[in-house]
Design a protein around this ligand. Structure first.
Ligand code: AMP
Ligand code: MG
Length: 400
């Protein structure tokens, strides 16, 4: 038996370096991982500019009390530049975003002034009001996004504001996925007596895509040594990661183990967890190999715990752990000591705090428990039964 933590450390230690970088256009950047620190090539905003529609003035002309009249000498829409310098007694009508004219340091908002006959009456206002300063968003030369960041809409917006149409990101890790078992049928095909439809491959391929991988679908392999060996070997030539499901337990037809013993260097673990005990992990050629359990919930869970961090590390991501927080158990949860248990939970906000219950039956073949749930409840090795009101760790199904 190996602990979840030790198995995770093992699989991650096998990833020596991330996959190669590639240049993509900004419009293809969502969800990709930045391959180098991104430095601002100039200040943003590039010049002091007005934060409101109003009148640009020099603070020397602003009255301390009462009001003062200034002559309006120009109208400055956004995008226009005032070539001359503002002189004493002058004001310039300015729109939001227009660069501040030389000599002006304050903008009086439109609604604070009265205007008549080319003149404007301005009230007292603090020097510098309503001016956005050059470089206040980003100053030239600073790292604005670090290598290893996953690009979200806001990162893409920031990169665009720096005028960059392309970015250097990591190539998507290539992941080949194979289901195993004589009893597994392809959705859309007739199902013979004794067969069940393949659920794992469809779960796994979309989970791979959600965490940034590119899928090669290898279909279903029968419980037959030669085709299985041929498919795994073939997949390992082009994929960064090969994933199979099924065939890693101790039954008579569990061939993945045998075949892999011949093909590569694979560890077969009994992980101290529930669900999902048996797991094979190692290398076939240059590819990382994962033999996940056949039961769908176990398959998905072992993917999340052991494959996903490897995909993230291959993709150059900095953050390799799932995010979670504490919540209050609203019901009793049986738990065996000395293993980590993962229950599918329903998390809700009740009376000012987060509460969680299980989805009901927790068998490792019950796919619907993952659909009914919105989080994993993680109960650590050293804990026994959970009582109502106890605190438990939860991880929302963010990218599952
Ligand atoms: P195995 O590890 O091959 O003994 O499989 C364990 C259980 O998971 C068996 O009940 C299998 O029928 C089931 N199983 C295996 N592969 C799949 C799959 N791709 N989709 C759904 N169930 C599966
Ligand atoms: Mg099987």
């Amino acid at each position: 038996m190996i602990s979840v933590r030790d198995a995770q450390i093992h699989v991650l230690s096998r990833v020596a370096a991330p996959v190669a970088p590639e240049v993509v256009s900004l419009t293809q950047g969502l969800g990709r991982v930045l391959a180098q620190d991104l430095r601002a090539p100039f200040d943003v905003p590039p010049a002091d500019n007005s934060a409101v529609d109003g009148y640009a003035v020099t603070s020397a002309d602003i009255p301390v009390d009462g009001a003062r009249e200034l002559e309006v000498v120009a109208d400055l829409p956004a995008g226009a530049v005032y070539e001359a310098a503002l002189r004493p007694g002058e004001a310039i009508r300015i729109m939001t975003g227009a660069p501040m004219p030389a000599g002006a340091d304050t903008v009086i908002p439109l609604e604070r002034v009265t205007r008549a006959d080319g003149r404007v009456r301005i009230p007292p206002l603090a020097k510098g009001s309503n001016v956005r300063l050059r470089g206040e968003d980003v100053s030239s030369g600073t790292v604005v996004i670090e290598a290893g960041a996953v690009l979200r809409p806001q990162e893409l917006g920031l990169i665009a504001s720096l005028g960059l149409p392309e970015i250097l990101v990591r190539r998507r890790p290539r992941v080949a996925i194979l289901s195993t078992g004589d009893e597994i049928a392809e959705p859309g095909q007739p199902r013979r007596p004794g067969q069940i439809y393949d659920s794992n491959r469809f779960m796994l391929r979309s989970a791979v895509e959600l965490c940034g991988g590119e899928v090669t679908d290898l279909g279903i392999a029968p419980d037959d040594r030669d085709p299985l060996r041929a498919q795994i070997l073939e997949a390992s030539r082009s994929a960064d990661v090969v994933i199979t499901s099924g065939g890693v337990s101790v039954g008579d037809y569990d061939l993945v183990k045998e075949v892999l013993g011949e093909l590569g260097t694979i560890d077969f673990w009994q992980v101290a967890m529930q669900p999902g005990r048996p797991l094979a992990a190692g290398r076939v050629g240059d590819a990382h190999f994962f033999g996940l359990p056949g039961n769908p919930v176990a398959s998905m869970l072992t993917f999340a715990l052991f494959v996903r961090p490897v995909l993230w590390k291959l993709a150059g991501r900095r953050q390799l752990s799932a995010r979670g927080f504490h919540a209050r158990a609203s019901e009793a949860m049986p738990k065996r000591r000395d293993r980590r248990e993962f229950k599918r939970g329903v998390l809700s906000y009740q009376d000012g705090s987060w509460e969680v219950r299980t989805t009901g039956p927790q068998g490792s073949g019950i796919v619907s428990s993952m659909v009914a749930g919105n989080c994993l409840i993680v109960i650590e090795e050293d804990r026994g039964d959970v009582e109502p009101g106890d605190t438990v760790w939860v991880e929302p199904f963010a990218d599952l």
